[in-house]
Design a protein around this ligand. Sequence first.
Ligand code: MV4
Length: 493
Amino acid sequence: MKKILIANRGEIALRIIRSAKEMGIKTVAVFSDADRDALHVRYADEAINIGLAPSNQSYLVIEKIIHACKQTGADAVHPGYGFLSENAAFAQAVKNAGIIFIGPSAEAMQIMGNKLSAKAAALSYNIPMVPGTKEAITDILEAKKQAVNIGFPILIKAASGGGGKGMRIVNNEADFEEQMNLAISEAKSAFGDGSVFIERYVSSPRHIEIQVLGDNYGNIIHLFERECSVQRRHQKVIEEAPSSILSEELRARMGKCAVDAARSCNYTNAGTVEFILDENLDFFFLEMNTRLQVEHPVTEMITGVDLVKEQIKIARGEALSVIQTDLKINGHAIELRVYAEDPKNNFLPDIGVLQTYNVPKGPGVRVDDGFEEGMEIPIYYDPMIAKLITYGKDRNEAIERMKRAISEYQITGIETTLEFGNFVMNHKAFVSGNFDTHFVEKYFDAESLDNSQEDEAMIAALIAVELLKDADTQTEVINTNHISQVSNWKRNR
Ligand code: MV4
């Protein structure tokens, strides 16, 4: 493997380029018209334009990516996350073109890409699953009988859905048919596949996922868990490793199930097995994500394993260099996703230019980002500006570092989720470790961020200082720049 084309953009493209560089492998960036000046274009050894700004005319077009490989002589493709990363047809097309796909086989992707076939595969191992229907529902009245059997509330899920899309809770038998019909037509229009199934609804779960790695020789290991319960409308905001709720014994059991789930589809490369954990600490397999995930850095921090390097080594045919018993958890890591969203305004996406952009530094801080001061956040793609990751010897140190890093992070010109992160780090439910997937809706309201009174007091004090300074010259110069700078800085704390 001599040259990797990264079929992605933003922070993850940079992340991949960095590992490739350290391995002496050349890199090719692809970019849309909106990303001409993007950092990933500059970081790569070569860059090639693949079309218009909308991703369905650039980053999502399989033929354009493969053509770019041919043009540049790239012999491997890393898909990153999102875009084509979980597209089995893409993995197959890359392979057919004689190029190495840095990820699992198209077959494994296909099995795990459908929740029903994923569960069917995992069933051959002894992996706990939420009680539910094993096949897509064809007869609604028959399904209602099964729902009664399972017991309400139940959850309708789209087999082809992902990230919570196409899910519906049904609280009682009376609502069942209507909800089922809505779910089927929704699934049809959203995924081009109307197959839905039902499961018992676990009302207040924690979301625990396990990182796995498999080579082409049947070796599969897990790299422990990530806790991703702090999410908002299925968009994760904070992730950490390890989870504060797992005992060594439970971690080992879940880890074994994750490895078995991977084995059930002959999984190779990096993947993540998703579980929910209920109040009784019973866990259930939900699905498997067949890509490198956004939150992979927290696993890297606590294991010392560079997951992208491992992906590359596996793809070029090397056996795993570590065995399960070599791995051990060291310390604690937390990731905050810094989105261009306004937490004071219902997390509405915010657009604009990064007028000030200074990242935090110092011990235990990692920032994975794809922007620089003066850049504009394109409206076409995901609004994530950066991932702020902190590491400490224990959870408390990681939390305190996160608070310190948030206070150092200066972003103006765009509203961000930084202060939301600060809210979470200071919340007693988060600090105690006693929280579930309902954390944000249960505890967060915009008022808890409202420090405008504090801001006003600060501005008044600054005006007073300026007036005093100017008192002897009687000039009326108040340096408002200075004031708004301080105010912005406070705003982003
Ligand atoms: C569930 C569930 C409760 N019961 N399944 C949401 C995303 C998708 N991967 C699966 N999801 C859920 N499946 C049963 N039977 C609750 C969720 C869920 C959730 C899961 C993980 C992380 C955040 C979540 C937020 C809401 C609901």
